[in-house]
Ligand binder design. Structure first.
Ligand SMILES: Nc1nc2c(c(=O)[nH]1)N[C@H]1C(S)=C(S)[C@@H](COP(=O)(O)OP(=O)(O)OC[C@H]3O[C@@H](n4cnc5c(=O)[nH]c(N)nc54)[C@H](O)[C@@H]3O)O[C@H]1N2
Ligand SMILES: Nc1nc2c(c(=O)[nH]1)N[C@H]1C(S)=C(S)[C@@H](COP(=O)(O)OP(=O)(O)OC[C@H]3O[C@@H](n4cnc5c(=O)[nH]c(N)nc54)[C@H](O)[C@@H]3O)O[C@H]1N2
Ligand SMILES: [Mo]
Length: 787
């Protein structure tokens, strides 16, 4: 059921007792109360393990309990006592398991044995490691490497990712689809056009010194909850926090710090955003340009009046390129069009501009609300333009702050998971390992899906993740997977991608980050890179889920021995007996970034990778920071704000980590016990003849001749701008067209899926397996299954 989910003026604060209670509940649901609590205390500390949840950085001096509610859920989920072993698979045919929900599949527990699919019985059966790896190796040796895809999800460590890319290149391919291709790839591609690097320019020290913060299209209360500690502290110090988000996200309105006794006792919480601008989805380009227009107008006036200037003229002159053209562009925009595109008023934009102009040191953060749009990169450029106006980059307390998702998604890229590797990198790799890497560019996630649809993929190998569930057009792609010769998934928990299998299929059980990884009797340390480019070590402590679980580096090395042993003289055993040898190789391939790698990971807090823009060194073709804009693009998705359809944002609930669904609740949005909901604006509901609780279906309004449908969503009245609505991912992924994506990076435009919403027709099945239910089931089993 749902409760007062309409975000009113005084919503209950996020965090607080609700968060603490949730931690205990999730630990006890997984039967790991004592073990889990102890594990949590060593999380994000020197000598402990890195939180497997998000990529928010660890402070040099961690708190006693340096974890958050959602980090605790991630640990409990991994440390669970529940198991999914061979007996389970003997009892359940794969076809039957497809009817289980995402939650049910993973909640059954940790995978314990290597498994091989048996087509005759339609079950997965236990197989010993050497047999599995030998068979996989033999199949791969027969295949054309250009038709092999190696997927990486962002929990994979630097060490494993480095071996994974090495293995792929020894096989002969650069096909490295990666979860970041659906995430911050927009940032990786667009940010360097502005400033020469594709990563955050800020450090935690900058966070401590900034005096105004802009949060654009990001929901930290759920997705990077440790960021809330900083927001809470800033808000208490009176530092303005300006939020742009179509949804009123509760933690950005008011938050109770669980470590603050007074707030915990009074239950009042701290207001977080000083200004909350509920813009239309896709309206960020014009919102940012509107603020720039107001700042430039104020500066023009100051110049006329001989008053103190508002722009940082020195920075603009010395460090930037293209200012005049940009200034002329925003001067020429009319307020009428800015209001129309953003659904904000001129006055609201002026308020944001005033906050910006009053501040000496500004940081701007963004997340999926910016990156997952057709013109996401163009929106990002406008955020950077705003920062440039007053020199808010490369100076203490200022900078660009994309907040990445998975805990090591950034590191995986840094160490070579890249479909378009540079020649310099390949030369170093070839020299370090004595072979010649393929030069032909490979596939990203979208291109991998297209290749599957064309029938051009013979093997799909996944290092973690839930690819066939997380991708756009998930149903269309999944239908083609059975034609693939070989699918292999290295995983901790069973998910829908494993059931979406090729002709020959294997599931290989991996150790999680929290677990002790013993090689040659010695505990191994892996490394990760956080969102602020800091690399540090992580050493698992918990007892492995099963003695047959293997570390990702072990699995890759042993697979390599069975597949590519003859292609280069690499002592794979030596590399995995001591991971510091893998790091020596990483250093050899990336001598500038990883100098003294092994020595530096033992220093508290790790070390920061070089970042030119944070020192005002601009590695761009102009040698400057570039003011970029495209005069023809005013909206992140289409050319006009008046659309015949609704723009659907596909978002995360508070109780999920991507496709991992911890529960069907979304505490901060007042939803409990269900995920098949759509958040709609009152006026849109009336115009569609709908009311609270109506059951609706979506038809994608993409004009590519392909029909895309999803049914069985219950309408929830919500404070969201007219024309926009929201529903959860991955239940909506079948609606996304593969072609609807950021034009630079191919990142799916998951935050603005054009949809037509209609009441479920009588007799139309809500889901493929059941009739329209009287009251909506708490377990929406088999709704919109992938295969
Ligand atoms: N607990 C938990 N933590 C996570 C994850 C998780 O699923 N659960 N996922 C991890 C991953 S991989 C990632 S990438 C991050 C994702 O973290 P976020 O970047 O926070 O991702 P989302 O929740 O998908 O969307 C962010 C916000 O964008 C807003 N939004 C939608 N469209 C627009 C728009 O057009 N403009 C603006 N300004 N805002 C818009 C939405 O209302 C939402 O609040 O979190 C990571 N951390
Ligand atoms: N519509 C829509 N689609 C989206 C998004 C959206 O906002 N809207 N967001 C996109 C984003 S930002 C991302 S990052 C992708 C996420 O896509 P993925 O990274 O592919 O998906 P996850 O759900 O994070 O993967 C969960 C699985 O990872 C496995 N796993 C967990 N820990 C480990 C480990 O330590 N080792 C190994 N080997 N396996 C492990 C478990 O089996 C688990 O089932 O989805 C994208 N898809
Ligand atoms: Mo992500």
């Amino acid at each position: 059921m749902t409760d007062g989910r309409k975000a009113d003026a005084q919503p209950a604060p996020a965090g607080g007792w609700g968060a603490l209670n949730a931690v205990e509940r999730h630990l006890s649901n997984q039967q790991v109360l004592i073990k889990g609590n102890r594990a949590l205390l060593s999380m994000n500390k020197p000598g402990g393990f890195d939180c497997p949840s998000c990529a928010w950085p660890d402070p040099d001096k961690p708190h006693f309990a340096e974890y958050c509610e959602n980090g605790a859920k991630a640990v409990a989920w991994e440390a669970t006592k529940k198991r999914t072993g061979p007996e389970f698979f003997a009892q359940h045919r794969v076809e039957d398991l497809k009817a289980w929900t995402d939650h049910e599949l993973e909640a059954h527990g940790r995978l314990t044995h290597p498994l091989r699919y048996n087509a005759r019985t339609d079950t997965c059966q236990s197989v010993d490691w050497q047999t599995a790896l030998t068979e996989i190796g033999e199949i791969l040796r027969r295949l054309d490497p250009k038709r092999v895809e190696l997927y990486t999800s962002g929990r994979t460590s630097n060490e494993a990712a480095f071996l994974w890319q090495l293995y792929g290149r020894l096989l002969g391919t650069n096909n490295f689809p990666d979860c970041s291709d659906m995430c911050h790839m927009t940032t990786t591609m667009a940010l360097p056009e502005s400033i020469g690097v594709g990563k955050a320019t800020v450090t935690l020290e900058d966070w401590e010194h900034c005096d105004a913060l802009f949060i654009i299209g990001q929901n930290p209360g759920t997705n990077s909850p440790r960021m809330m500690g900083y927001l809470h502290d800033m808000a208490r110090r009176g530092i303005p926090i300006v939020t742009f988000n179509p949804l009123k996200e509760r933690a950005l309105l008011r938050f109770t710090d669980p470590q603050n006794p007074v707030e915990m006792l009074t239950g009042r919480g701290q207001p977080i955003s000083s200004n909350y601008f509920q813009l239309r989805t896709g309206g960020d380009i014009m919102a940012m340009q509107g603020i720039c227009k107001a700042v430039i107008a104020a500066d023009d006036l100051a110049k006329t009046n001989g008053a103190a200037r508002l722009l940082d003229l020195n920075f603009i002159a010395e460090h930037t390129h293209g200012f005049e053209a940009f200034a002329d562009h925003v001067r020429a925009l009319t307020w009428e069009e800015i209001e129309r595109y953003t659904a904000l008023t001129r006055d609201q934009i002026q308020q944001a501009a005033i906050v910006y102009m009053k501040a000496e040191r500004v940081i701007a953060c963004w997340g999926m609300g910016i990156t997952q749009h057709k013109h996401g990169g163009d929106a990002m450029h406008q955020i950077l333009n705003l920062l440039f106006l007053r020199g808010n980059i490369g100076r203490l307390g200022t900078g660009a702050c994309p907040v990445r998702g998975h805990s090591n998604v950034q590191g995986d890229r840094t160490v070579g998971i890249n479909k378009t590797p540079t020649e310099d990198f390949l030369v170093n790799l070839d020299r370090a390992f004595g072979f010649r890497s393929p030069r032909e560019h490979g596939h990203d996630a979208a291109e991998c899906c297209e290749a599957i649809l064309r029938g051009d993929v013979d093997a799909f190998l996944a290092m973690g993740g839930n690819f066939f569930r997380a991708i756009p057009d998930s149903e269309r792609v999944a239908k083609k997977v059975p034609q693939i010769e070989l699918t292999v998934h290295v995983a901790t928990k069973l998910n829908r991608s494993h059931l979406t299998h090729g002709k020959q299929a294997y599931i290989l059980p991996a150790l999680g980050r929290t677990e002790l990884d013993l090689q040659d009797g010695k505990a191994q340390t892996i490394t990760v890179e956080d969102s602020f480019c800091v690399v540090h070590g992580s050493t698992g402590r918990l007892a492995p889920a099963n003695e047959l679980c293997r570390s990702e580096p072990w699995i890759i090395a042993n697979l390599a021995k069975k597949t590519v042993a003859d292609r280069a003289a690499i002592d794979w055993d030596a590399l995995i007996l001591d991971y510091s040898r893998i790091r020596e190789k990483i250093e050899a391939v990336f001598p500038d970034e990883f100098v003294d790698f092994n020595a530096r990971i033992s220093q508290p807090g790790g070390f920061r990778l070089p970042n030119g823009a944070s020192e005002r060194k601009w590695d761009t073709p102009t040698g400057k920071a570039n003011f970029l804009f495209d005069p023809d693009i005013r909206d992140q998705d289409d050319d006009t704000p008046e659309k015949p359809h609704l723009q659907l944002m596909t978002i995360r609930s508070h109780d999920q980590f991507n496709t991992t669904i911890y529960s069907n609740n979304d505490r901060y949005r007042g939803v409990s016990g269900e995920r098949m909901v759509v958040f709609m604006n009152d006026t849109d509901m009336v115009e569609h003849g709908l009311s609270e609780g109506s059951i609706v279906e979506f038809t994608a309004a993409t004009r590519d001749g392909i029909e895309r449908h999803a049914a069985g969503f219950k309408v929830v009245a919500y404070d969201v701008p007219k024309g926009c609505c929201a529903a959860y991912y991955p239940e909506t992924n079948a609606l996304l067209s593969l072609a609807h994506r950021d034009r630079r990076s191919n990142t799916p435009a998951a935050k603005s899926v054009p949809v037509i919403v209609s009441a479920s027709r009588a007799g139309t099945p809500v889901c493929s397996k059941s009739e329209v239910p009287e009251s909506y089931p708490a377990r929406p089993t088999a709704i919109n299954p992938v295969a």
